[in-house]
Design a protein around this ligand. Structure first.
Ligand code: CTP
Ligand code: MG
Length: 198
C-alpha cells in the first residue's frame, strides 16, 4: 500500500476526526443544552448508564460537524493535485445534500461509538473524564468506519468501497489514528495551545 493510499484512507476519515473533536466546541457554544443521552438513568450496578458527559447536543453537533467537513472536502478535493487523479476527484458532481448526509452519518456514528465507550467505562467503574487508554482515543474509529461503509452508497460509485472495503485500509486508519492524535497534540504544544505535549 503506497503512501498515497494511506493519505487517502485518512483523508476520507476526516469527518469522523472532526466529529470526535466537536463536542468540546458545541459544549461551549450551547452550554445550556446539556440533556444527557441516558436521561440521568442508573444502571443496575448503581452507576450512571453513560454519564453527564454524553449529551444529545454532542451527537447533534458531531453530525453537523461531520457533514460540514464532508462539504469542505468535496470542495477542496478537486483543487488538491494529490487527490485529483482518481479516488477523491470523483466527488465532483456528487449532490451537496448527499455529501453532507454522508459526513453527517459518519460524524453521528463516530459519536455513538464514543457513547458506547462511555457505557463500558462506567461499567468498569471509571468516572466521567477519567482516562481509559487506548479506548478514549479509539472509541470513535470502529463506528466511524462503519459509518463510512454504510454511507458509501450516497457517494459516486467506487469512491469509498474501492478503498474502505480493504482490511488493510481499516488497519491503517486504526493504527494511524493514535499516531495522528499524538502528532496533533505535539503541534498544539509547540504552538503554545496545549500545556502538555500529549
Ligand atoms: N460531550 C458531549 N456530548 C457527547 C460527547 C461529549 O456533550 N456526546 C462533551 C462533554 O462536555 C464532555 C466533553 O465533550 O465532557 C469531552 O468528551 P469526552 O472526553 O468523550 O467525555 P468525558 O467527559 O471524558 O466522559 P467519559 O468519561 O464518559 O468519556
Ligand atoms: Mg470518550
Amino acid at each position: 500500500m503506497g503512501w498515497l493510499r494511506i493519505l487517502d484512507a485518512l483523508w476520507l476519515f476526516l469527518p469522523a476526526y472532526v466529529a470526535n473533536m466537536s463536542p468540546v466546541f458545541s459544549a461551549r457554544l450551547l452550554p445550556r443544552w446539556k440533556a444527557p443521552i441516558d436521561g440521568g438513568r442508573m444502571h443496575r450496578d448503581g452507576r450512571r448508564a453513560l454519564g453527564d458527559g454524553k449529551t444529545w447536543r454532542g451527537l447533534a453537533g458531531g453530525a453537523l460537524a461531520g457533514g460540514l467537513m464532508a462539504l469542505l472536502m468535496a470542495t477542496l478535493a478537486p483543487l488538491l493535485p494529490v487527490f485529483s487523479e482518481e479516488d477523491l476527484g470523483r466527488s465532483e458532481g456528487a449532490p451537496w445534500a448527499l455529501v453532507f448526509g454522508f459526513g453527517a452519518g459518519v460524524g453521528l456514528l463516530a459519536l455513538v461509538g464514543d457513547a458506547v465507550e462511555s457505557y463500558f467505562k462506567r461499567r468498569r467503574g471509571k468516572e466521567r473524564g477519567a482516562p481509559w487508554i487506548p479506548f478514549d482515543q479509539l472509541d470513535f474509529v470502529v463506528f466511524g468506519y462503519l459509518g463510512v461503509l454504510a454511507g458509501a452508497p450516497l457517494l459516486p460509485a467506487g469512491w469509498v468501497l474501492d478503498q474502505y472495503g480493504d482490511p488493510w485500509v481499516f488497519g491503517t486508519v486504526l493504527l494511524g489514528t493514535p499516531v495522528l492524535h499524538l502528532l496533533v497534540n505535539r503541534i498544539g504544544y509547540w504552538l503554545g495551545l496545549k500545556e502538555v505535549p500529549w
